[in-house]
Each structure stands twice: as C-alpha cells, then as structure tokens.
Design a protein around this ligand. Structure first.
Ligand SMILES: *Cc1c(COP(=O)(O)O)cnc(C)c1O
Length: 376
C-alpha cells in the first residue's frame, strides 16, 4: 500500500463504538458509563471519539483538566463532563461557564468553590474523591471533617463519591481490597449522617475487564478499554479477562529509502548496529519525535510487507531503520505498520510497550501531534 503521509494513525470509529457497547453490555444497565477521553482520548482525538460515544448514547465523559473539558464543549459536546485531575484557582470560573463537573480533592476547595458558586448565584454538582490508599489525589480526612466541611455548603451539590485504585491489575496484592474496605467504611459513615450521593464510582478499565463486580457500584470510568486494550494482570489468582475489546488505532509510516549495505556496515547514530552480512535496509519516516520510543533502538519490531522485521540501530528523531533483507516485495513510498495488522501478523501497543520497557498507555499517549489522524 502507498503511504499518504510520512506517518499516520488510522482510527476506527466503529471499533470505538463496538468497544463502548461491549463495556456497556458487560456492566449492565444499572451502571452508568463514563468513558475517559483525557489526553486527547489517549491520542485517538477527544472530539471525534466523544462524538462517537455520544452517538452511542454516552451521557457522561471524563477528562483530566478544565482545558480538556472546555475543548469538548467548544466542539459542541453535550454530555456531562467529569474533570478528574483537579483544577487551578484561575480555572474555577470555567467550571461554571462550561458546565463541567469537577472531582474535588480537598476540603479547602469545597469551601472555595462554594463561595464562588454563591457569588455567581449558581449551583454546581461535584464529585468528592476519597483517597482510599493511593496517596495521589483525593481527600484524606475523617468523615467528621468531611461532614463539617460540607455542612455550611449552599451551592454545591454532592452528586458523586469516588475513589481510584492503585493496583487493580495486581491480584497478588491486597491493596485493592483494602481500598474498597476503606472507601466503603467512609461511604457508610457519610451515609449514616445523611449524605447520599447519587453516584458511587471506583473502577477504571481493569476492574471491569477482570469482572471485579464488587467495585463497579453504579458508575464506572473506563479509559483504555474504550480504545481496545486491557492492562495485563499480575498474580496467580488473576481471573481471566471477561471483556472483549479490540484496538481502535493502527499506526503506519512510509518507507522513504531502501538500500543495500555491505557486511560490517554500522547503522545509525553511535553505530549501535553492525551488519553481520550484506543487508537490505529500509529507512522509515517516523522517529521518536512521532512517539516511537527511543528505547526500541536495536530491539523493536514492526510489520513490513506482511512480516515482522527488526529495527536496526538507533531510533532517531525523524527516521528509523529496519531490516528488509527478507522482504523483497516492498518499494519506496510503501507503508509499514508500527501498530496494527498486516495479513496474519499483528503488533499491538502492549507488545511495543514490552519491547520498550513501558506500558501500553504510554505508547498510545506518546504518539505525537505530528502523526496525522485518519478516521476510518
Ligand atoms: C485515567 C483514569 C481512568 C481511566 O483509566 P483506564 O485504566 O484507562 O481505564 C479512570 N479514573 C481515573 C481517576 C483516571 O485518572
């Protein structure tokens, strides 16, 4: 196939929709889905993905920042938008102006936001995040302190109570069970004092995909599964994956040169690779400035002409060299596949991540803006 760009991703709207439906069917109608479209939908394009999800019936979306929420509103997205990763004082007004629903992580912010809401004569639904043991975002206070902070509140409405797991995929760890226990105890203390938020939520992709039902409650926040991936589980007691999702993104690049090099040639920066025999080298117009990890130097693989081939030498900023010695049928201008399928050969973001010593999330989010997006 001839390459239309130096490097591009093809994103399947149908795949996003099918993944959304698979998650909805798995958790059932009593559980509200909040697909996570932060980080530009894990680089799949937040606006495009959100439109697909709205068409599929999503009533909620989640982003990290106010800025990401505003971007969706300006593109005409109507769903409720949960802002999960906190907000700065200068961003507070935009929560009201753009009807964004913040997760609140400190008792101070409850007071500040309520004051602002009163000044604006507006009501604002909020979700309170409890730090149940991850020590990242979330309130770490006693139920008495939380109740005392909420008592004088006039204009905020506590719509949700949430937490987030640190080790959901590690079945050899007790941390998730401990977090659930901590959260439940907090929730029931607040409940006894009359605080009964409409939504309770704690699960991202992993507890959905491995069927940890007691963590689903009545709202879940799948991110990675929307894009077709499930994090690998650890531990002997890990149950099988019960969710069927498939990658929605393929990543390709163009072959800009093909050349023969003699035995003994050094390839690329630092001469990291020395040809053990005469080789055919392909030069690709993709590099670490596109998000191909530099750690794949001399160790990664991709698909060229329907076969797995090795990356030779260093991945450089804009170019990468591959071994085409056993792939005679390719020409300059053809495309190769970094993530995706050719014939019966596939590479996904998990596999690339394993070669690069990182995680699939980081591979997807690492694809940079220079890489064209094509929706198919
Ligand atoms: C990113 C994120 C999610 C989604 O996580 P996935 O593992 O991609 O499903 C859910 N909740 C919070 C708080 C997050 O930051």
């Amino acid at each position: 196939m001839k390459a239309p760009y130096r490097s591009w991703v093809e994103i399947s709207r149908q795949r996003i929709a099918a993944n959304y439906r698979a998650i909805a069917a798995k958790v059932g109608p009593g559980v509200e889905l909040v697909p996570v479209v932060k980080a530009d939908a894990y680089h799949h394009g937040a606006v495009e993905v959100s439109r697909v999800l709205e068409t599929e019936g999503a009533r909620w979306l989640a982003v990290s920042s106010v800025e990401e929420g505003v971007h969706l509103r300006e593109a005409g997205i109507q769903a409720r938008i949960l802002v999960m990763a906190d907000f700065l004082p200068p961003e507070q007004d935009a929560l009201f102006d753009y009807a964004l629903t913040p997760a609140i992580h400190s008792l101070d912010k409850i007071r500040q936001l309520d004051k602002m809401a009163a000044r604006r004569d507006q009501h604002l639904p909020v979700h309170l995040k409890i730090d149940s043991g991850m020590s990242r975002l979330g309130v770490r206070a006693s139920s008495e302190q939380i109740l005392a902070a909420l008592r004088p509140v006039k204009c905020l409405q506590l719509e949700g109570l949430m937490t987030h797991f640190a080790s959901a995929a590690d079945y050899s760890s007790q941390q998730t069970a401990d977090q659930v226990r901590f959260f439940d105890s907090m929730a029931s203390q607040l409940h006894r004092a009359g605080l009964k938020p409409r939504y309770t939520h704690m699960s991202a992709t992993t507890p959905i995909a491995y069927g940890r039902r007691q963590a689903w409650r009545n709202m879940v926040r799948p991110g990675l599964a929307i894009y077709g991936y499930v994090p690998p589980a650890r531990g002997e007691e890990a149950p099988p994956v019960v969710l069927n999702v498939k990658p929605a993104l393929e990543w390709k690049a163009a072959l800009v040169e093909i050349k023969r090099i003699p035995k003994g040639s050094l390839v690329g920066y630092e001469g990291l690779f020395r040809a053990p025999k005469p080789l055919t080298v392909g030069v690709l117009s993709v590099g670490y400035a596109d998000g191909l990890p530099h750690r794949l130097s001399n160790r990664g693989q991709l698909i060229a002409g329907g076969r797995l081939v090795n990356i030779l030498g260093a991945v450089s900023m804009d170019l990468t060299t591959i071994d085409l010695t056993d792939v005679p049928n390719l020409q300059v201008g053809d495309s190769v596949t970094l993530l995706g399928t050719e014939g019966d050969v596939s590479i996904d973001a998990h596999q690339m991540a394993t070669f690069a010593g990182t995680i699939s999330y980081s591979i997807l989010c690492g694809i940079t803006a220079r890489v064209h997006r094509v929706y198919v």
